[in-house]
Design a protein around this ligand. Structure first.
Ligand code: ADP
Length: 369
């Protein structure tokens, strides 16, 4: 016969009581129990941490700390009882504001004084930030694509109308040039967005080849010459004689240069000067794009390579993608990118591409066959 003895004593309720208390206390989400009148009976550790001191407790009624307007508690409680859990979002905290999603559930207890409602909150700050960033990005991309797309449509429309009406007075070459330039801008933006994501995830292979650095630089400058001319800006190209071939991904490096020259044009006043230079030392090829523009404000300097960051020129066209792409593309080659700036006097952006790429940078070598 098996004697259960003391081990078989009914210990369930006592253990359960302790466990439930522990569960309540150690639950990572803030939890509170309210009575039928909306008084807070208990809060767990997480609720205490998140809510305590966020709003001065001595001046604010308890319900306010839970994101509930005391005047609407009766209605909120009725809905929780009759329709099921009610949820809403609210902000708390001054120094480090957090966004909480709260839910109010009616507890199936007869004794309302012991607890009639369960309030549970979940910190959704990260989700809210991500959603805001996503909306901002969509807004910026739509804006950045809509303007050049409008130019492409207008120039095609003008040329087509002139052709139909046999109008030979239209400066078709200039009109098409504007359209083409705008189409290139859209192409650049889309590719920068796609490649930034791929480079970040290391999903973009470098297509490494021997490149003529001087030709690459001239090509990038040529793409921006008409924009600079329209703004009365002069672009000077300085190429060190006898440059050795550059080893790297031509498509990525051309777009790095186009982005830097494009920024120099965009952030330099009419009539300003832009200098683009390539030199070489024992270790690396060094590119520089200098302008006489407005410079970069101190508060922006630490952030301009961040994805989607736009500096003091928020009103200017731009999605804050160009420099983030440049950094990712240069670093994928094992190089470094940096700038020097004086507010009101201009900025110089530099980047290096090592003469011998680190092994990790070489994902794929074009064999030309
Ligand atoms: P975008 O130009 O689309 O805003 P970028 O990533 O190319 O995005 O640049 C980020 C920010 O850096 C810009 O918004 C601008 O404030 C600043 N910036 C970049 N290049 C220059 C420059 N040559 N002169 C002054 N500010 C610049």
């Amino acid at each position: 016969m098996i004697d259960g003895g003391a081990d078989c004593a009914p210990r369930g309720p006592a253990v359960a009581a302790v466990d439930y208390r522990l569960l309540f206390e150690s639950h990572p989400d803030p939890v509170a129990i309210l009575d039928g009148a909306g008084a807070i009976l208990q809060v767990n550790q997480a609720a205490d941490t998140v809510l305590h001191g966020q709003v001065p407790c001595d001046t604010a009624p308890d319900l306010v700390r839970l994101g509930i307007d005391p005047d609407t508690f009766v209605e909120l409680a009725r809905r929780a009882r009759e329709e099921g859990p009610v949820s809403w979002e609210f902000a708390c905290g001054d120094a480090a504001p957090r966004q909480l999603e709260a839910r109010l559930l009616a507890l199936p207890l007869d004794d309302a004084a012991r607890g009639a409602y369960l309030w549970v909150a979940h910190d959704v700050t990260e989700r809210v930030h991500l959603e805001q960033a996503r909306q901002q990005l969509v807004h910026m991309i739509v804006h950045d694509l809509r303007v050049p797309l409008g130019n492409v449509l207008n120039s095609l429309d003008l040329v087509l109308t002139a052709w139909r009406e046999r109008d030979v007075t239209l400066p078709a070459e200039q009109v098409l040039d504007i359209g083409l330039h705008s189409a290139h801008r859209m192409d650049l933006l889309i590719n920068d967005i796609l490649d930034s994501a791929r480079l970040q995830a290391r999903e973009r292979d470098l297509v490494v080849d021997e490149i003529d650095a001087a030709a690459l630089l001239r090509e990038a400058v040529e793409a921006l010459t008409s924009s600079a001319e329209r703004r009365g800006q002069a672009i000077t190209v300085e190429i060190m004689p006898d440059l050795p071939p550059l080893v790297g991904d031509a498509d990525l490096l051309r777009r790095v240069l186009v982005n830097l020259v494009n920024n120099a044009v965009k952030y330099t006043q009419e009539g300003g000067r832009i200098t683009v230079r390539v030199t070489v030392d024992d270790d690396a090829m060094i590119f520089a794009v200098a302008d006489t523009g407005r410079g970069i404000a101190p508060e922006d300097q630490a952030h301009i390579f961040d994805l989607f960051y736009r500096g003091g020129a928020r009103r200017a066209k731009g999605a804050g993608i160009g420099l983030a792409f440049c950094k990712l593309a240069v670093e994928a080659h094992g190089g470094r990118i940096w700038f020097e700036t004086t507010v009101g006097n201009g900025s110089s952006f530099y980047f290096t591409i090592p003469r011998v790429l680190p092994e990790r940078a070489i994902y794929k070598v074009e064999d030309g066959s």
